[in-house]
Design a protein around this ligand. Structure first.
Ligand code: AP5
Ligand code: MG
Ligand code: ZN
Length: 229
């Protein structure tokens, strides 16, 4: 049982590039004792290992385009069927198209589970460029920092593991601009999609990290899954 008093909870966290999905998802998943699955992290790991999927994903990611649905859906299905997802999951960065959202519905139906909630972290476009270009990532554990808003205690070193910090290849300005364009065109329509299903919760992401986290906790504890049975 987790802090919501339930055995299993299945959630999505959505938002534009730089909204703070990864920053919040990691802590939230820990608190709820569920697995945090980021499709972006999955692809970066596949690229690092030089797998076939990594090779396919790389050509799209470095241009800031979406990896084709067929690649993403297959790998996410496989990940969700792993035993460590039995207590639930928090999906960050999937689905990103209506085709992916429909495929997720099919997957969950086959697995006999439901989606308990979708949280959208809303951040105005003008803040995103600065967040992404100032982001630094730990080469060792993947923790995310920001040169201005979330500085490591020691310059260029990860607080958690001491690893070296680097800038993601797709955080350079030209690629960031395309990622934002792609987001508004292909992913933003999912906000309406999940609103219509009655599972959407909006959180204002243009505030300090700790305040957003408090809102996320409140949003999650207000979900039907958390209501006393
Ligand atoms: P992915 O890695 O998921 O990138 P993204 O969606 O563009 O989102 P980011 O990870 O850039 O941002 P975030 O919201 O996690 O923000 P973060 O917490 O780091 O995907 C990368 C690529 O993979 C895609 O472009 C695509 O090619 C491919 N891909 C992945 N999934 C796919 C799918 N389903 N279908 C097809 N292709 C797919 O925060 C950003 C920065 O801001 C950090 O520096 C952080 O410290 C800082 N920050 C966070 N919160 C705050 C705050 N409240 N105030 C100030 N600064 C903050
Ligand atoms: Mg992320
Ligand atoms: Zn680290």
């Amino acid at each position: 049982m987790n802090s919501l008093g339930v055995i299993r909870v299945n959630l999505l966290i959505m938002g534009p590039p730089g909204a703070g999905k990864g920053t919040q998802a990691e802590t939230l998943a820990q608190e709820l004792q569920i697995i945090n699955i980021s499709t972006g992290d999955m692809f970066r790991e596949a690229i690092r290992q030089g797998t076939e999927m990594g090779k396919k994903a790389r050509e799209y990611m470095e241009m800031g385009e979406l990896v084709p649905d067929s690649v993403v859906v297959g790998s996410t299905r496989e990940r969700l069927s792993q035993p460590d997802c039995a207590r639930g999951f928090l999906l960050d960065g999937f689905p990103r198209t209506v085709v992916q959202a429909e495929a997720l519905e099919d997957m969950l139906e086959t697995m006999g589970i439901v989606l308990d909630g979708v949280i959208n972290i809303a951040v105005p476009r003008e803040k995103l460029l600065e967040r992404l270009m100032g982001r630094r990532i730990c080469r060792n554990c993947g923790a995310s920092y920001h040169l201005r808003y979330n500085k490591p205690k020691v310059e260029n070193k990860c607080d958690a593991c001491g690893g070296e910090l680097y800038q993601r290849e797709d955080d350079h300005e030209d690629v960031v601009r395309n990622r934002l364009f792609v987001y508004y065109k292909q992913t933003a329509p999912l906000i309406g999609y999940y609103f219509a299903k009655g599972v959407l919760r909006e959180v204002d992401g243009a505030r300090p990290i700790a305040e957003i986290f408090a809102d996320l906790q409140a949003a999650v504890s207000g979900l039907p899954v958390a209501a006393p049975h």
